[in-house]
Design a protein around this ligand. Sequence first.
Ligand code: BDR
Ligand code: CA
Length: 311
Amino acid sequence: MSKIPVIIDVDTGIDDAMALVLALQADKLDIRGITTVAGNQTIEKTTRNTLDVVEYFGRSEIPVAMGAKQPLIRPQVIAAYAHGESGLGTAVLPKAEKMPDELDAVSFIKKVLEESEEQITLVPTGPLTNIAILLKAYPHIKNKIKEIVLMGGGAFGGNYNAAAEFNIYADPEAAQIVFNSGVKLVMCGLDVTLKATVTPEDIDTIRAIGNKAGDFIAEAVEFYMAMYKRNPNFTGCAIHDAVTITYLIAPELIKTRQGIARVDIDGRDSYAATICDFRPWRDREKDNALVCVDIDREAFVKLLVEACKNY
Ligand code: BDR
Ligand code: CA
């Protein structure tokens, strides 16, 4: 079976790191590059974390290109409350020797797309700043993009506030450009990612693997889990970003709904909300998104555990 060519765009981040752990060992993926964006932490930190994760897990041949350091328009927000000062909780990785690619993220993605004979899937798991700049600056490149499988948004509400999910809230104008671009979207938003949870018992299983991946994940998730434990309905923590990779390597675990997805940048209380239209009588010509709505949690955890064992 031929591999799926992808470029992953991350703001690493604890759950971004877990998405990478899943992706870097996946036989089904041909990772043509990884690009970084500011989001969970500053661009310096998300890039450092990405380089460190990629090298630690033995894939330093994959180029890492540094991207946007701030949102297009709105003031920057970061998520140290969820990912800590470093962006990886209390986990500390050896400092990677490899430096970022000489190209910036947007130029890097453009070059890889232009040089590719086949279409490539973009997988953003942070704010959509790099992707929006790419699509605006080089619209001709759209026909080289197979689809954009993104973590962001939520048809039924937010996490940063009642309406908005963090990645969209961090750069809503960029998200609007991407959602209106005409490129096919697969939206792994909160509807599915809040169901993609790992429990403290799952983390015990991962730690018990006793290798570098198990140790790293168990350490990094501890900080993240602590935030989730403040939720009175706590059952586990959501590994949002890993759902994008799961969609690509094990799509049978995920349920989707076809619809029209847009980003509101004009509302007051709904600023940065993703509005999803599933009405049966909508104008289906305007459908632009497969919205992921459910996941087989047990199988998802198993996928993560098996991925860790491969290191
Ligand atoms: C998203 O926000 C970030 O904090 C996570 O890495 C994930 O991409 C979830 O809302
Ligand atoms: Ca992220």
